[in-house]
Design a protein around this ligand. Structure first.
Ligand SMILES: Cc1cc2nc3c(=O)[nH]c(=O)nc-3n(C[C@H](O)[C@H](O)[C@H](O)COP(=O)(O)OP(=O)(O)OC[C@H]3O[C@@H](n4cnc5c(N)ncnc54)[C@H](O)[C@@H]3O)c2cc1C
Length: 431
């Protein structure tokens, strides 16, 4: 018999973990089940570099902005770990990502009853007759077996997938930053002489600083198209773009205004680096030039045109855009810190995509409660946590709005479920 749940969540990263918390606190009768492809909880494990910090205030945790009295706040985590006072003495609002990972894992540990790990959602189908869709069937691959769960609410929080330049294929010597730590662990030997890191964002700068420190005899070449690393704009007025209330304003604005805001304020999130880290890298490079012992090279206004791998290394063709000339650079390892892109929703629901409404630019229409707008004969709801920048703004998949977004989706789920239950009662009385 097919299992039935009120809510099925795809993925169990911070977004759906926040939703599990919100449902438990606000709609405890709701039967929810989350499926996570990883074998256990993990939040960008391969980028938990020593000293790397969260880029958002810890009060924007899994719960505080929705319910500051929740058991699952970062402050309560600190209290339970016996570190609350010590943390205060640190005088920081941005804990290390390693500590934040421990916090997320601590919270996730309470939800083992609703989350199945090692379980990948491989497809979602509509159930109904005569063109009407009444519910969704979710196919899950678990230990080589296929399991199907029926639901009326699907919440997709599948995260982002690493983006590599066209023609670049990951290998033992060619990595995306998303696999940095495990790729280092899998290196056949550690005596590499030369690394290249491609990209100008936070991950690129972190990877450059990390490799430079971790391999004290190796050269590190940072290659990017900008003139210099650009600081992240976390000034207070710009930071309001991440406020929960901004989502209302953004969602209600004309498309052209939304597009302009995303463009103008991209520097709060994209291809930008914490100023401290920029200054640290500059200090290291300057210090090496004083000592005459260079091993950190920042190659700006440059692009990698080709990467040819051989058993002995990777030969990069690096074109300087100012000089207009290209040169060969032989490296042992190249790390592409070239960002991420949303998992395309259509790949998960190929048979349903034609029922989704799109605007005149062809992008999905997503209602304020994060549900994809469908045609009238489509009863179930599909909520998105991520992939909604165009409709809800820059917080689409960020931690900043995670708690409030989860609260809004939990509210929508329980309201829609209550309305459906009422309809059912009315139908039964009538028949
Ligand atoms: C290195 C790094 C640092 C970051 N730091 C910050 C930060 O400081 N502040 C901030 O706001 N944002 C940060 N981000 C942005 C990031 O998007 C969020 O931190 C956060 O991970 C979003 O949570 P999520 O649950 O939506 O997605 P994810 O954390 O990516 O989780 C998605 C989960 O879904 C699972 N999954 C995917 N497909 C399926 C499937 N078909 N079936 C089952 N499971 C599936 C994945 O295995 C994954 O565990 C960072 C991103 C990176 C890469």
């Amino acid at each position: 018999m097919t299992e039935r749940c009120d809510v099925v969540g795809v993925g169990f990263g911070p977004s759906n973990l926040a939703l599990a918390i919100a449902l438990r606190e606000t709609a405890p009768a709701c039967r929810a089940r989350f499926f996570e492809a990883q074998d256990g909880f993990g939040w960008h494990r391969d980028m938990l570099l020593p000293g790397a910090t969260l880029q958002v205030n810890h009060l924007k945790d899994l719960a505080t902005l929705r319910n500051p009295r929740s058991r699952y706040t970062f402050v309560n985590y600190l209290q339970e770990r016996g570190r609350l006072v010590d943390f205060i003495n640190l005088k920081t609002q941005t804990p290390t990502r390693a500590e934040y990972h421990d916090y997320l894992e601590w919270a996730a540990a309470d939800f083992g009853d609703v989350c199945s790990y090692g379980s990948r959602v491989v497809g979602v189908r509509g159930v109904g007759a005569e063109g009407r869709i009444d519910a969704l069937e979710v196919d899950v691959e678990q230990g080589g077996e296929l399991r199907t769960v029926e639901t009326s609410h699907l919440v997709v929080a599948a995260g982002l997938r690493p983006r590599l330049p066209r023609g670049i294929v990951p290998s033992q010597r060619v990595w995306h930053s998303d696999t940095l730590l495990s790729s280092i662990e899998d290196m056949p030997y550690r005596f590499h002489r030369r690394f290249a890191v491609v990209g100008a964002g936070q991950s690129a700068a972190e990877a450059t600083a990390f490799l430079h420190r971790e391999f004290p005899d190796a050269e590190v070449h940072a290659i990017f198209g900008r003139f210099g690393y650009t600081p992240a704009d976390d000034s207070p007025y710009a930071n309001r773009i991440f406020d929960p209330a901004t989502v209302d304003e953004f969602h209600g604005a004309p498309a052209a205004v939304r597009e302009r805001l995303l463009r103008v304020h991209a520097s709060t999130n994209y291809s930008v680096v914490d100023l401290d880290l920029i200054e640290e890298l500059y200090r290291r490079e300057y210090d090496e030039s004083v000592r005459g012992d260079r091993r950190l090279f920042v190659e700006n206004v440059s692009a990698v045109e080709r990467a040819v791998e051989s058993p002995r290394g990777v030969t990069l063709t690096v074109r300087s855009e100012t000089r207009g000339s290209a040169r060969k650079l032989d490296v042992d390892i190249v790390v592409f810190a070239t960002g991420y892109e949303p998992e395309p929703i259509e790949e998960l629901l190929p048979g349903l995509a034609h029922r989704f409404q799109r605007d005149d630019r062809g992008v999905l229409v997503v209602d304020r409660d994060y549900a994809i707008r469908t045609d009238d004969d489509f009863a179930p709801a599909i909520h998105l946590q991520g992939g909604t920048e165009h409709s809800h703004g820059l917080t689409s998949s960020l931690l900043s709005a995670g708690a409030t977004r989860a609260g809004e989706i939990a509210h929508a789920v329980s309201t829609r479920s209550a309305a459906a239950f009422e309809r059912l009662l009315v139908d039964e009385v009538a028949s």
